[in-house]
Design a binder for this molecule. Sequence first.
Ligand code: ADP
Ligand code: MG
Length: 338
Amino acid sequence: MDIISVMDDTLSNKIAAGEVVERPASIVKELVENAIDAESTIIEIALEEAGLTSIRVTDNGKGMSRNDATLAFERHATSKISNEHDLFRIRTLGFRGEALASIASVSKVRLWTSDGETEGTEVHIDGGAVIKESNAAFRKGTDISVNQLFYNTPARLKYMKSMQTELGHTIDLVNRLALSHPTIAFKLSHYGQTILQTSGNGDQQRVLNDIYGVAVAKKMVPFSGENADFKVDGFVTLPEMTRASKNYMTLVVNGRWVKSYTANQAVLDGLHTYLPIGRYPISIVNVETDPFLTDVNVHPAKQHIRMSKESELFTLLRSAVHEAIKRAIIIPDAIKHK
Ligand code: ADP
Ligand code: MG
């Protein structure tokens, strides 16, 4: 007796959503990354009930045509890669074509978008089913709201932590995205109250200031270094300005915020004897490298990457940090670079 059948899209999207849509912060990540990929210069994120009731992301990016606006919600639909070759040369944050399909399967989505060439489009999708698709006047860009998250997956909803915890995850995420993209003006608000606002003027130290405050930003030492495969630069706090966890160390590889034990360790080694035991710096490390040397296709959430020549990067980063800190400690004026 034949008992196997291929599951329908709604069901498979819901299963895929389990991997990428863990909590409100994961949705904010996917929506903001889409806005960044669309070359936006202004991105606003507005939340209600820490995102559980509503997450709205507005951008001034390239927008979508009428056809693309509905196709975007199909699984494996993407404008970012089209063949295997592209998979090894990824420059965009997205490429899996899964996020919108997954998000739409566990929430109620309202989308307004326009590519600036034709009239805009409005799309409503509830639990993966398109319930409205029409022309709508809209400026160039995209405005997407994700409402009533997990309304049709009660088990997931129950798993959500307190509003404060969920909001904390989203604030942390937006901080890192703003740090990774200092040329984009970000605004994050909760019930209309501004939590973070950056200018988008391209100055990463200014973003550090916006996030961690002027006292921290003042204690940050710039570093940079280069070898055949990597260019690194960033800022690290002097040993007198430390934290009790590694949560304030940020790594950005080709514009993507990722987590890496090796890179954190290189920064810590660079500070070695200067750092009190159990204390960690606040740092931002930017790495530029040929995308061919990295593999971001490790997990659907794209928070980890595999890197060839990781030990070369480690050595470069450690010595760049070490030299900069040594100089700043010997000649304190060296950090008054701005
Ligand atoms: P991916 O980002 O991996 O391509 P998504 O499901 O996140 O997959 O998005 C599908 C497609 O929808 C994207 O490839 C892009 O073409 C389009 N899209 C999504 N969000 C935006 C946006 N804010 N502005 C313009 N296009 C967008
Ligand atoms: Mg995406």
